[in-house]
Every structure is written in structure tokens, then in C-alpha cells.
Design a protein around this ligand. Structure first.
Ligand code: GRF
Length: 204
């Protein structure tokens, strides 16, 4: 039986869209829900184009605990066992994450994409941080999520060059292009690792 997955996103949803584009090719994962915490998030419109149920669970005026309680209730109702964060702008508590801990994986089954070569440039505005640095390259990281921000086990990373002539926008566009291939690629690898029941295959 397929394992159910949800995408959590807060904004534009370009990564969510790329994930939805490959959704039907996955054999062991059923991405059945997209949840946003922001009413105006463009990602909520993806329901019109893709076979996905979207839900708004607004975090407005709620404490982290109150919001996560609502989120967990929905995720449980839908039997969600995997979460793919795609531009989700809320930090998840260790209590929330512990609900998705898996013995076999020795991880919380929560995956995130971060636009830097972690451990460099954690947190907000990672593209801006990397662009402002003296580094001549940056990259994209896909990692498991633990209770420290942008610090969970790294699944994969891909570098890209920062050219002297790049504007911040050029730089971000280069990164986004990589994001859009890397996340689908990792989810296909995850799908295969679930098939063979060998979590280590995901990290090759
Ligand atoms: C991406 O750059 C992602 O790496 C970061 O937030 C941004 C979300 O963009 N975590 P989008 O909503 O997927 O277009």
C-alpha cells in the first residue's frame, strides 16, 4: 500500500508544483494533500491544475502550539506519514516532528528544501545571504528536518556558480532551476528506497 504524503507550503508554490508534476510516477508514495498556512498563498491554486486536495490551515493569530494542533489533526485524519516542506515558512516543534519519527529511518519523515549549501546560510533569506557573501558558488540542500532549524541529516546537495556579473535575481533564478529538478529527483529516490525498504539507498 502507498504511504500518504502531504506538501506544506506558504507561498508561491513553484517547488510544490514541480513535486505535483511527478506525483503520478511514484509507486510507493501517494501525495494526497497540500496544506498552506497562508490564506493568500498562490500554492493553494495548484488544486485547479493537479489532482491534489488543498487545505488552508491558517496560522494567523494562533500560537505555534494551537496551529500545530490543528495541523496534526488534519494530517492524522488523512493518514499522512510523509511531509514534504516546500517553502513552508513556519518552524516545526520537536513535539510536532516526533509524531513523524520512524524507527527504520531513524528520522522524522519530514523533508525540506533549503536554498544554500547547508550548514552555510541557515534560516531566512538564504539566497540573499549567499549572494552577499564572498563565496563564488552556492547550492541547494535537501534534508530531513529535526528540531534545530536547517540542521537535519542531508540527503543531497547541488552546487551552482555565482558569477561576478550575476545580479541577485540571476543568482536566484539559477538556484531555483536546480531546486525544481532536485526535489522531484529526491522524491523519486525516496520512492525507490521505500520499494527496497532500504533507507540508506536514499543517501547514495
Ligand atoms: C524556495 O527557494 C525554497 O528553497 C525555500 O523557499 C522557496 C519557496 O519557493 N525554502 P516556492 O514557494 O517553492 O516557489
Amino acid at each position: 500500500m502507498k504511504q500518504k504524503a502531504a506538501i506544506l507550503a506558504s507561498g508561491r508554490g513553484s517547488n510544490a508544483q514541480k513535486i505535483l508534476e511527478i506525483k503520478d510516477s511514484l509507486v510507493n508514495i501517494d501525495i494526497s494533500l497540500l496544506i498552506s498556512n497562508r490564506q493568500k498563498a498562490a500554492c493553494l491554486n495548484l488544486e485547479k491544475e493537479y489532482d491534489i486536495q488543498t487545505l488552508l490551515i491558517s496560522s494567523k493569530n494562533l500560537s505555534q502550539q494551537e496551529h500545530e494542533r490543528l495541523l496534526l489533526k488534519k494530517l492524522k485524519e488523512h493518514n499522512i506519514s510523509w511531509i514534504f516542506l516546500a517553502g513552508y515558512m513556519k518552524i516545526l516543534s520537536s513535539y510536532f516532528l516526533s509524531n513523524f519519527y520512524d524507527q527504520a529511518w531513524k528520522q522524522n519523515k519530514v523533508i525540506n528544501i533549503h536554498p544554500s549549501l547547508l550548514p552555510k546560510f541557515k534560516g531566512l533569506n538564504a539566497y540573499q545571504q549567499a549572494f552577499a557573501s564572498n563565496d563564488d558558488h552556492s547550492g541547494i540542500t535537501i534534508h530531513f528536518v529535526n528540531s534545530d532549524v536547517d540542521s537535519g541529516r542531508i540527503i543531497t546537495q547541488k552546487k551552482f556558480a555565482k558569477d561576478k556579473k550575476d545580479s541577485l535575481d540571476d543568482f536566484i533564478q539559477k538556484g531555483l532551476k536546480i531546486e525544481h529538478t532536485l526535489y522531484p529527483q529526491v522524491l523519486k529516490q525516496l520512492d525507490q528506497a521505500l520499494n527496497s525498504q532500504r533507507p540508506e539507498e536514499l543517501f547514495k
